[in-house]
Each structure stands twice: as structure tokens, then as C-alpha cells.
Design a binder for this molecule. Structure first.
Ligand code: GDP
Length: 444
């Protein structure tokens, strides 16, 4: 998502960049384009207007206009204002006195049931969550929650007999069950509806009376655009929500709801759903979102992936070493690590600067390409891997044959290697080590 917006913003900034010193007309026209891009991304009209007003005010200061790189200054302002727009991160409320009760509400199809299990799975490291099936109207909904919970190895509680329709009995039963099984977080998957109606609201209210929730989370489908924002407003009026989970942010939604839902409703987005699997949930981070929109990579996301793939932090801690000793053996190791980290297209998109490498397209980073690249390096001698400069014509032909690829593929891999080496080099020199470390989130 955000791809269209990202491209448009990048066009606005590069246009500004070609101008040298900026006049107030340049700012006007850039702001008009910026506003149009936001509206096309489905950002709410008022939110876009206020946003532009803030950016315009800051961008029009003499200090910015007279700087040597006004476009960079303005892009930094937009980045900061995007973060402000999405609000301060709001962590999940965990009650000091267990159990923490989380009520999940949402329209049918929003991803509520999946998100209930995702959230439980996310909490599993530090808590013992229990998911509870409270959508008794549809037996299939109970079954779906049970199956997802089982797959994610999360504790499940549901009606004793199929066909039970007393939701309050299930809620009371769940509290007893949680006590007996030491579950300190109870996640209630409530009934979904196609539209908000009184019956649903009354049911949610009566559940909240029997078991007052610490969190009332609405699950919202980001693909629904402004509709999502409107339904959040309606639920909020009736339920006083404490947080939102925006789902399907991995899809091709234009992203406007992610940008404006907090500004419009005042409810913080706590998590983002980024896939169908129960592990595809991210803590919602305004910095990360803004970084993605501005094409700055997703360092935070990358660091989380790196850590979960078990790649030693020390490898990242010494950028100087990387730059000096970056050879094809290291590249091979990186490829192997990448393979462990999951869908490559996602990972590559997270690396800052990757979109600037000539000819690189995230969608090209398919698993076959990775296997090919590995085979190419594996067909090289030790000497060649350490000192790629010696790989000339006849060696390239031999490597292509040995790896079952073509000379062109070998050339491509070597060119990629050279570009990556250059990228690492840009982090050496004065302050470079600190910059790379802070980029990866380790120390200062
Ligand atoms: P519910 O009716 O609100 O309980 O919705 P479900 O949890 O059954 O989800 C509806 C559909 O959306 C299912 O096919 C889910 O796999 C899918 N889904 C849920 N969250 C996400 C997400 O973050 N990304 C993607 N791509 N699909 C999702």
C-alpha cells in the first residue's frame, strides 16, 4: 500500500529539487500537488486541508526558502507532519490486576476474528491470552476462531454446546476458565454484522457490563477507505473505543484511512494487520508508516525481522568492518539470512535506499532469483569470493555454467554486489558508523 502516494510525493519533491531556490509560487504549486496526492490516497478532505496548512506554514519560512536544499527541508517537514498526523503511539493497555479484558468489535469481514488471534499470538511471549468466541449467531464464526486459535497455539473458549445462544453465559464461563488456566488476558471476539444495528450495540454493551473491558478495540478494514473512518466514528459514539486495529494494510488500499482515521476520530491505531496469517500483525508505528510513505525504508520492521530470524546483532554493530570486508562470502551469508526472514519482496522494500538502486524492483526479488544468486556465488572459488575483482570473462563463463545460469546473470550479481559495497562505504568515514548504528536502532 501507499505505493501510489509514495510515487506522487517523490515526484513533488524531485520537481522542487530541480528548482534551486524556491519562490512562494513554487511552494503554492507543490502544496496543491501534495493536497491532490493526499485526496487521491483517500485522505479525508478536512484532514488533508489542515495538513497542507501546517506544511505550508513551515515550508514558507525564510529559513527553508533560503536554504541550499529547500526540497530536502520540505520533505523532512512532510515526514514530521505525517508522524504528527498519525498521533503518538498508544501501547495496548494491560491491567496491573489481571485479567486484562480486550473486547474486539468490528463489521463482518473486517478481519476481527483473525485479528483477535493475531493479537493473542502477539501477546503470547509475555502473557497467557485466552480468545473467547462471542459470535454465537454464526456457528461458523465460533469454529473459525477455534481453528485459528489452535493453529496459533492460543487458548480458546467457546459455548459448551453448539447452538448455545446466551453470550453472557459464555463470557462468565470464560472468566472461570481463565482463572483455572491462569490466562491473564481475555480477548472477546464479539459478533460481526454487515451494518451497525441496535441489537449489536446492546449486545456489546451488555458484555461490557458483565465483564468491563480495559480495551475496546474496533477492527477496521483499511481497504474500506473513508467508509472505515465513518464506521469507526459511529462505533466510537456508542462504545467509547480505546483503540483501533487497521487490517489489510498489505493490500492495495490507498492508505488514506491509515493517515486520517486518528485525526478524524481521535482514536489511536494500536496495531496494523499486514497479512492473512496469524503472525501478520505489527504494532502501529507512525514513524514506520511515515517512513514507508516517504520511501525511507522500514528500518524498525527490518530490525524486528532480523532479530526474529536470529541474526546476530553484532553483525550489524560494526559497519566499518562490513564496509571493509564486504565480499561475496558475506553476500552469500546475507542471502541465506534473507531466506530465513520470509517473503523477500517485503524485506527488500524495507531496506532504505534499495528503491534507489538502479533497476531494482522489489517484485523482482523473488525466491528463485535468490536461489540463482546463491548458486552463482557457490560456483565461485574461495579466492573469487574474497576478491571479486579477478572475476573476468572466462571466469564468468565458467561460473555461469557451473551454476546453471547465464553470463548475464553473473554480471548482474556482480554489479549488485558493487552497488551494495558502495552503499556500505557511504556509511564509513566521519560519523558514518554512528549513522549506520542509529539507522539500525542500536545505540548512538
Ligand atoms: P471477521 O468477519 O471480521 O471476523 O473477519 P475475518 O477475520 O474472518 O477476516 C475476513 C477475511 O480477511 C479473511 O479472509 C482474512 O484472512 C482476511 N484478513 C484479515 N486480516 C487481514 C490482513 O491484515 N491482511 C489480509 N490480506 N487479509 C486479512
Amino acid at each position: 500500500m501507499f505505493d501510489a502516494l509514495k510515487e506522487k510525493l517523490s515526484a513533488v519533491f524531485s520537481k522542487l529539487g530541480s528548482k534551486g531556490k524556491l519562490s512562494s509560487e513554487d511552494i503554492d504549486s507543490a502544496m496543491r500537488e501534495l493536497r491532490r496526492s493526499l485526496l487521491e490516497a483517500d485522505v479525508d478532505f478536512r484532514t488533508a486541508k489542515d495538513f497542507i496548512a501546517r506544511v505550508r506554514e513551515r515550508a514558507s519560512s525564510a529559513e527553508v526558502l533560503q536554504s541550499i536544499t529547500p526540497n530536502e527541508r520540505i520533505s523532512a517537514i512532510v515526514y514530521e507532519e505525517l508522524i504528527t498526523l498519525m498521533g503518538k503511539p498508544a501501547p495496548l493497555i494491560i491491567s496491573p490486576k489481571p485479567p486484562t479484558v480486550i473486547l474486539m468489535a468490528g463489521l463482518q469481514g473486517s478481519g476481527k476474528t483473525t485479528s483477535a488471534v493475531k493479537l493473542a499470538r502477539n501477546l503470547k511471549g509475555s502473557h497467557s491470552p485466552l480468545v473467547v468466541a462471542c459470535d454465537l449467531r454464526r456457528p461458523a464464526a465460533v469454529e473459525q476462531l477455534r481453528v485459528l486459535a489452535e493453529g496459533a497455539k492460543v487458548a480458546f473458549y467457546g459455548p459448551e454446546k453448539p447452538g448455545d445462544s446466551d453470550v453472557l453465559k459464555v463470557v462468565r464461563g470464560a472468566v472461570k476458565f481463565a482463572e483455572g488456566h491462569m490466562n491473564d488476558v481475555i480477548i472477546l471476539d464479539t459478533a460481526g454484522r454487515l451494518h451497525i444495528d441496535d441489537e449489536l450495540m446492546n449486545e456489546l454493551k451488555s458484555i461490557a457490563e458483565v465483564l468491563p473491558p480495559h480495551e475496546k478495540i474496533l477492527v477496521v478494514d483499511s481497504m474500506a477507505g473513508q467508509e472505515a473512518v465513518n464506521s469507526a466514528k459511529a462505533f466510537h459514539e456508542l462504545l467509547s473505543l480505546t483503540g483501533l486495529i487497521l487490517t489489510k494494510l498489505d493490500g492495495d488500499a490507498r492508505g488514506g484511512s491509515a493517515l486520517s482515521i486518528r485525526a478524524v476520530t481521535g482514536i489511536p491505531v494500536k496495531f496494523a494487520g499486514v497479512g492473512e496469517n496469524t503472525d501478520a500483525l505489527e504494532v502501529f508505528s507512525p514513524e514506520r508508516m511515515a517512513g514507508r510513505i516517504m520511501g525511507m525504508g522500514d528500518i524498525q520492521g527490518l530490525v524486528e525481522k532480523v532479530k526474529s530470524a536470529g541474526i546476530a546483532e553484532t553483525e550489524i554493530k560494526s559497519p566499518g568492518k562490513i564496509a571493509k570486508s564486504f565480499d561475496l562470502d558475506m553476500l552469500l551469508k546475507q542471502f541465506e539470512a534473507l531466506e530465513k526472514m520470509g517473503p523477500l519482496e517485503k524485506i527488500m522494500g524495507m531496506i532504505p535506499g534499495m528503491d534507489k538502486i538502479k533497476g531494482f524492483k522489489a517484485e523482482d526479488a523473488d525466491t528463485n532469483a535468490l536461489k540463482r544468486s546463491k548458486a552463482i556465488i557457490q560456483s565461485m572459488t574461495r579466492e573469487e569470493r574474497r576478491n571479486p575483482k579477478i572475476i573476468k570473462g572466462s571466469r564468468r563463463r565458467r561460473i555461469a555454467e557451473g551454476s546453471g545460469t547465464s553470463v548475464q546473470s553473473v554480471n548482474q550479481l556482480l554489479a549488485q554486489y558493487e552497488q551494495m559495497k558502495k552503499m556500505f562505504k557511504s556509511f564509513t568515514g566521519s560519523g558514518g558508523s554512528r549513522r549506520l548504528k542509529s539507522l539500525f536502532g542500536f545505540g548512538r
